[in-house]
Design a protein around this ligand. Structure first.
Ligand code: ADP
Ligand code: MG
Length: 499
């Protein structure tokens, strides 16, 4: 492991360092610590792999900003991104990293006024962040010249190559000098994609930041094993009982996402759905609404959620389990960013058990079994959550007008009754334990588990070791301890055919 701890030690110059301090970056993330020195000093190509939200943009952006010539107004670096949204995000991030340097950065993507782009390109820019299609448009019109390019970056490279941009990229590269440096950055780099990528690469260094190291520290991972038909009720319960809920909820299909958003909205939550059928205009409106906190739940499919950069998510919910461990990593990377903690919650229906097992094997993640609260427990949690929200609100600023109104209302002399009505008005719902019956766990074929052994995550453990692997994660019949081992197979293990 690299022992480098500060940006200064990576070899960045003073003006850039002061910019980083202003931006609030305290220390480099692992991918930054490992790639920045290579890029500042060496000449080799690089493949950088680290989870979403780990600062890959700055990992390639800072050294590029250091190494290009300010004020040249010739394209010296081109960053290719799969979507216009990502191109925009990268552009904004690079812009915020350049400090006082005289460097112009231009986003170039379809759907954006051609005239503006032409004008900016004509005046000259130093870095272009583009989607492949629009880059090719400009190359064909000869309005984009790449003969001075020193760096070509493929951001979200796995996605780009997956989405069939290979030919586009090859075409763009024919316009770039041979001695350019190729930089590929992405969250994953599956074997076949790496093979494809090697077509573009010269001698390259591979920098890989293990998933576990990052996700374990900042994202608490929990799963609930429930029937498909109980998922909505379970989600409803979590929304009501978790102290904070600002979440991305993943569904497998567009239809599923729409349906779930509709149901949550019927219940009264501020929810939006994002999927492939949503137009670009709607998409931007929805994201703005969600980012602004006017919607607190965003239901999305994997494809639609690609690359959206939303910070401060309290939860990522796998309403449906993702199809691959890579998708799981992508999804949960949306919470717990940049030092904040978050929670990733997976609903696992009987048909999805294998998917969870695969996630655990591949990511080595410690996904803890959670138990859904019911009855009085829900009421207790709901009360705490309401209290926390009220107290947190009181910490913030309250306008003088509301103080005046409060004083006025309190003059009636019935403070308790008034506060009670206000709470009911604001939080709605009820505090009736009977409305929250137990949500039962399915029996799993070959699964050695019993309801007695379950615990609510973080809570005390009613029966030590029962039905759990020693690593403290999950049930797996292949790991079943022998009958003379320290776990007893009775009465905690029940073997029953799944009906
Ligand atoms: P990735 O491309 O790996 O998904 P981004 O480059 O989009 O990640 O960065 C995610 C967020 O983390 C951005 O808001 C970025 O400003 C922030 N960030 C990046 N590096 C640091 C750092 N060293 N310290 C604090 N925040 C950082
Ligand atoms: Mg990125």
């Amino acid at each position: 492991m690299d022992s480098i701890q500060t940006f200064a030690e990576l070899g960045l110059s003073a003006d850039i360092l002061s910019g980083l301090t202003k931006k609030g970056f305290v220390s480099p993330t692992p991918i930054q610590a490992q790639t920045i020195p290579l890029l500042l000093n060496g000449e080799r190509d690089i493949i950088g792999q680290a989870q979403t939200g780990t600062g890959k943009t700055a990992a390639f952006g800072l050294p590029i900003i250091e190494r290009i010539t300010p004020g040249l107004r010739k394209v010296q670096a081109i960053v290719l991104a799969p979507t216009r949204e990502l191109a925009n995000q990268v552009c904004e991030e690079l812009d915020s990293l350049k400090g006082n340097r005289n460097i112009t950065i231009l986003p170039v993507y379809g759907g954006q006024g051609m005239a503006t782009q032409l004008k900016a390109l004509k005046q000259g820019v130093d870095i272009v962040v583009a989607t492949p299609g629009r880059a090719i448009d400009h190359l064909e019109r000869k309005t984009l010249k790449l003969n001075d390019v020193k760096f070509v970056v493929l951001d979200e490279a796995d996605e780009m190559l997956n989405m069939g941009f290979v030919e586009d990229i090859e075409h763009i590269l024919t316009h770039v000098p041979e001695q350019r440096r190729m930089l590929l950055f992405s969250a994953t780099m599956p074997g076949p994609i790496l093979k494809l990528a090697q077509k573009f690469m010269g001698d390259f260094d591979e920098v890989k930041v293990a998933t576990k190291q990052q996700s374990a520290t900042t994202v608490e991972q929990v799963f609930y094993e429930i029937y498909e038909k109980d998922k909505l009720r379970a989600l409803h319960r979590l929304i009501e009982t978790e102290p904070e809920f600002y979440a991305l909820v993943f569904c497998r299909t567009r239809v599923g996402a729409d349906r779930l958003a509709g149901k949550l909205s019927d219940i009264g939550f501020d929810v939006e759905a994002l999927h492939g059928d949503v137009t670009q205009v709607q998409r931007e409106r929805i994201l703005a609404k969600f980012k602004g906190g006017h919607a607190t739940i965003l239901v999305a499919t994997d494809v639609a959620a690609r690359g959206i950069d939303i910070n401060n998510l309290s939860h990522v919910i796998n309403f449906d389990m993702p199809d691959s461990p890579e998708a799981y990593v992508h999804r949960i990377g949306r919470t717990g960013r940049a030092g904040k903690t978050g929670k990733a919650i997976s609903f696992v229906a009987p048909g999805e058990w294998r998917k969870l097992q695969l996630v655990q094997q591949v990511t080595k993640a410690d996904v803890k079994r959670g138990r859904l609260p019911w009855g009085e427990e829900v009421i207790e949690l709901k009360r705490n959550s309401m209290k926390e929200r009220v107290f947190a609100a009181a910490e913030g600023e309250t306008l003088q007008e509301f103080y005046d109104l409060a004083a006025d209302i309190l003059n009636s002399g019935k403070p308790k009754q008034l506060l009670a009505s206000l709470l009911q008005l604001h939080f709605g719902g009820h505090l009736n334990a009977n409305a929250y019956p137990e949500i039962r766990e399915p029996e799993r074929q070959g699964g050695f588990k019993s309801r007695h052994s379950l615990e609510r995550h973080g809570g005390p453990r009613p029966a030590a070791g029962a039905g759990r692997s020693e690593k403290g994660g999950y049930y797996d019949h292949r790991e079943r301890p022998s009958s003379n081992g320290k776990f007893s197979s009775k009465p905690f293990f029940k073997k029953k055919k799944f009906a």
